[in-house]
Design a protein around this ligand. Structure first.
Ligand code: ZN
Length: 489
């Protein structure tokens, strides 16, 4: 046995335990008995402790010092393990424990403050979370940029400066497009009526299969928030239903199927290694977004979906073209998770800028609500009048997720790049989409992106798949063309 072999055996057991811990979380969100919460939190805490001890095990450092990668795949494995080990060991145990304790308390206080629309009640604990995150960022950065160190957890190799260039180019064109669309004389109507929820779920399962989700190694359950969990042979998703809004269920499902097929599509030989998981949040989100938006909300695919939904729910009172516009409707709103393709990124850019200000110390958490509302008004033209519609709407900051938000927009940017290349390579794709068959798109994504798992760094994944360095230009062109045509602006 070489040091590399010893390291990889140890790592594979850690990966197995990580999968098991993930399944405990899935269970908690779906089928766990209500009365089991206390016991489950003990079970998960012990799993976390075990995982933390393994991730910081000093033997990893010794193996890494002695290991020689036998091949390119081995190089990639060592790159991941070296990075994760450095991150895990830089944060002092005392700080990790404080963070766990304070964020778990903050999450409860956030939920209460949001329900009461009372930012002032949340501000003190947010202040404490930000203090600890700043300390953690400094420890992780090891002399580098603190915010980049947090970002690196979700998007290895990304920096705020690169994202800032990309996002800086997005913001003016997105606000302009948004203003033109919402100022248009006429716009599509929303769906009206009541839509049987069991039928929504049946149709969801049908869509999941069509997009390439393998139900023999997956399952769909209901949960409050749709999510995907697991890797390899066991990748599960959840969805939700709303009798008035079947798009919520169908497009949430397609979105999660994008995440899930990525995990299912990774080469089986990478299972239980660092390469056996999606490489970053941004690349992950590119798979869910291209399924949901560029493919799922395309004119060709919605023309099929229109017919299928009429079969399932009865006459829609609109033709396929009107249905396409309805599936892409923009509306005034405050909530990120309810936003459309155009406005979604503006919600994210706002959070990216504000969280960097908090981590740098330029924005005191106590002043967050005012800063949020001012920025929201600058981009959207109106102010939130309640904290639950403003800075208290997302759970992320309360649980210490700083550096996570930008990966949503990065995913959209990557989806834009992939979509342009996909259309170039598959000029007849619309013929398949128009009969409800996205299989050629899935096959393309599988071969170019999914199968590689963590083999290449995130930006390289997109560059290799498309033949070009990632840029915001394809996304902007796509959005301006699509919504310019739908709204005639
Ligand atoms: Zn997602």
């Amino acid at each position: 046995m070489t040091a590399y072999d010893d390291l990889m055996t140890f790592q594979s057991h850690t990966e197995v335990l990580g999968q098991v811990a993930g399944r405990l979380s899935w269970d908690q969100e779906t089928v766990m008995p209500r009365g089991a919460a206390e016991q489950r939190s003990e079970e998960m805490a012990v799993m976390e402790e075990l995982l933390h001890a393994r991730r910081t095990d000093p033997r990893i450092g010794e193996w890494l010092a002695a290991a020689e990668a036998p091949h390119a795949v081995g190089e990639a494995n060592l790159r991941h393990i070296r990075r994760d080990f450095a991150r895990a060991t830089r944060v002092p145990g005392r700080l990790a424990a404080d963070l766990a304790r304070v964020t778990s308390m903050a999450q409860g206080q956030w939920a209460a403050a949001r329900a009461a629309d009372d930012f002032a009640a949340f501000a003190p604990v947010l202040h404490r979370v930000v203090e600890l995150k700043r300390e953690e960022a400094a420890a992780l950065a090891d002399g580098g940029d603190p915010y980049d160190a947090l970002l690196d957890d979700f998007e290895p190799g990304a920096t705020a400066a690169t994202l800032d260039d990309m996002f800086g180019a997005l913001r003016p064109r997105l606000t302009d497009l948004r203003n033109r669309v919402l100022g248009a004389e006429r716009g599509p109507a929303p769906l009206s009526g009541t839509f049987d929820e069991d039928m929504q779920l049946r149709l969801s399962a049908e869509l999941a299969l069509a997009f390439g989700y393998d139900m023999a190694q997956g399952r769909i359950d209901r949960a409050v928030h749709p999510f995907s969990s697991g890797s390899g042979q066991d990748v599960r998703i959840t969805t939700r239903t709303d009798p008035a809004d079947p798009f919520n269920c169908l497009y949430s499902t397609i979105h999660e199927v994008g995440h899930a097929t990525y995990e299912q599509g990774i080469a089986p030989q990478y299972r239980f290694t660092p390469l056996g998981r999606g490489v970053s949040m941004g690349v992950h989100e590119s798979q869910s977004r291209i399924y949901e938006n560029q493919i799922g909300r395309s004119r060709a695919f919605t023309s099929w979906l229109h017919g299928r939904m009429e079969q399932a729910f009865g006459p829609s009172g609109m033709d396929a073209e009107a249905f396409y516009a309805t599936a892409n409707r923009l509306h005034r709103g405050y909530i990120r998770t309810e936003a459309d393709e155009v406005q979604y990124n503006l919600h994210v850019l706002l959070r990216f800028d504000l969280e960097r200000e908090m981590i740098s110390g330029r924005l005191a958490p106590a002043d967050l609500e005012e800063a949020w509302n001012a920025r929201f008004e600058a981009d959207f033209g109106y102010r939130p009048d309640r904290a639950s519609q403003g800075c208290l709407q997302d759970v992320h900051w309360s649980v210490g997720l700083f550096g996570y938000f930008p990966t949503y927009t990065l995913g959209n940017v990557y989806a834009g790049c992939l979509h342009a290349a996909l259309r170039r390579d598959l000029p007849d794709l619309d013929a398949s989409l128009a009969v409800g068959d996205p299989a050629p798109a899935t096959a393309w994504l599988r071969e170019r992106v999914q199968v590689h798992g963590g083999l290449h760094p995130p930006r390289d994944v997109i560059a290799r798949a498309t033949g070009e360095a990632p840029s915001e230009a394809p996304l902007l062109d796509y959005l301006e063309t699509k919504f310019g045509a739908i709204y005639e602006v």
